[in-house]
Ligand binder design. Sequence first.
Ligand code: EPU
Length: 418
Amino acid sequence: MDAFVIRGGRALKGRVKVRGAKNAVLPIMAASLLSDGVCVIENVPILRDIVTMSKVLEHLGVKVHDVGTGTITIDGSGLNDHIAPYELVRTMRASVLVMGPLLARLGKAKVALPGGCAIGTRPIDIHLKGIELLGAKVKMGRGYVQVSSRKLAGAEICFDYPSVGATENVMMASVLTKGTTIIENAAREPEVQDLAEFLRSLGAKIEGEGTSRITIEGVTSLGSTTHRVIPDRIEAGTYLAAGIITKGRVTVDAIIEEHLRPILSKMEEAGAHFEYHGPSITVSVPDGLRPVDIRTMPYPGFPTDMQAQFMALMTITPGTSSIKEAVFENRFMQVAELNRMGADIRIDTNTAIVNGVKQLSGAEVMASDLRASAALVLAGLVAHGETKVSRIYHIDRGYDEIERRLKTLGADIRRISE
Ligand code: EPU
C-alpha cells in the first residue's frame, strides 16, 4: 500500500490547473448507457473511481476506450446485460447510478446493494421511491435490488430530501420515458446540472436543472455527443485550502467561480483574500485566519465534501470554530487523526468544536475516506516535522496526481510503497 511522507512548513506558491469533476464524470458515464451511439467525454480526471465505472460499463457489454487518458469514448451499442455485480458495486457506491439508465434502456436492472460506507449508512430509498413512481416494480433481494417495468410513464415526484444520486438516477430513468416527469426538491449541485447538459446534448429534453424543480419530457431515442466535463469544485477548494493553510499564494486555473461560491465565502470569512482573473483565482492570507462556524448543506450551501479540509484549516486558526455535519451521519473520521497531530477537536453529536492550536506536529496517521485523507495531507503541509499518511488509496479515488501537483507548488511530499 502507498503512503505519503510530508515535511511541513513550506508556504505553497504557484499555480495548479483543476481537472474535471469526478462527481460529474461518474453519472455522465452511467448516462452514456442510455444511448446506442458514441459518447466522447473530455476533461476526465485520471482516478481509480473512473476505472471502476469503466469496469461496470464493460461488464454490461459497453465498450469504453482510452481510460487513463483525459478523453474517454463510450460506445453504448453493445449493451447486453442488466446486472451490476457486488464485486464492482462494493468498491464504488456510484455504481448504483447505472440503475436508472438500465431500467430506461432495457426495462430492467439488478444492482447489488452498496451497503454502508465509512461516512454513513447511505441508503437508496429516495432513488427507489422515484423509480417506483415512474411505474417500475422494485424487488429487494438478498444483497441486491431489482427494478423492472414493461412501460414507464412520466410522473410528478417530490423528494423527501434533495439527494444528488437520486436526482441523477431519476433524471436518467425518465429521459426515455413517455410523458412529462417533474422532480420537486431536486438536488441543485453543479454536477447534476452538468449531467442535464450532457443528456441534452444527446437529444434529451430537460429544463430547470440548478433549481429545485427539474422537468423532463421523454424522447424516443438519444444520439451521440462530445461533452466537456465541468471543473472539480472540491479539488479546486482543496488546493485553495493548501494555499491558505501554508499562508502561501496559490492560483487555481480553469475554475467556475459560481460553483465555488459557497466555499469561497466561508474562506473569505476566515480571512482569505481572493483575486480573480477570468477562470483563475489566486488566494492569499494577508492578516491571519479567524474562526468561523460552518454547517454543511446541499448546494448552494457549504459542501460536505469540503468539510474535512476546512476543519484542517481551523485546527491552526486562533479561537474556537464549529463545524456541523448535516449531510452525512458519520463524516468526522479525520478528527482522531488530526488530534494525533496536536489538534484540539471535540465532537458533540454531529458538531465538531475546533479550538485552534499554535502548531500541529507531524505524526503517523491513517486515511479513512477520500476527503478525510485530503484533510490529513493539508495538516501535514503545515505541521512541524514529518507526517506519514498511510492508506492513501482513498485519496487516489478523487485527486488526480495530488502529490505531483502539490510538489509543483513547493510542497515537500513524496509517495512511498510500504
Ligand atoms: N440519502 C438517503 N436516501 C437516499 C439517498 C441519500 O437517506 O436514497 C442520504 C444519504 O445517506 C446522505 C444524504 O442523503 O446522508 C446525501 O446523499 P446524496 O444522495 O445527496 O449523496 P450521493 O449521491 O450518495 C454525492 C457525491 C458525494 C457527496 C454527496 C453530497 C457522487 C458520486 N458522490 O453522493 O461525494 O458527498 O453527493 O454532495 O456524486 C465525495 O466525493 O467524497 C463524495 C462522498
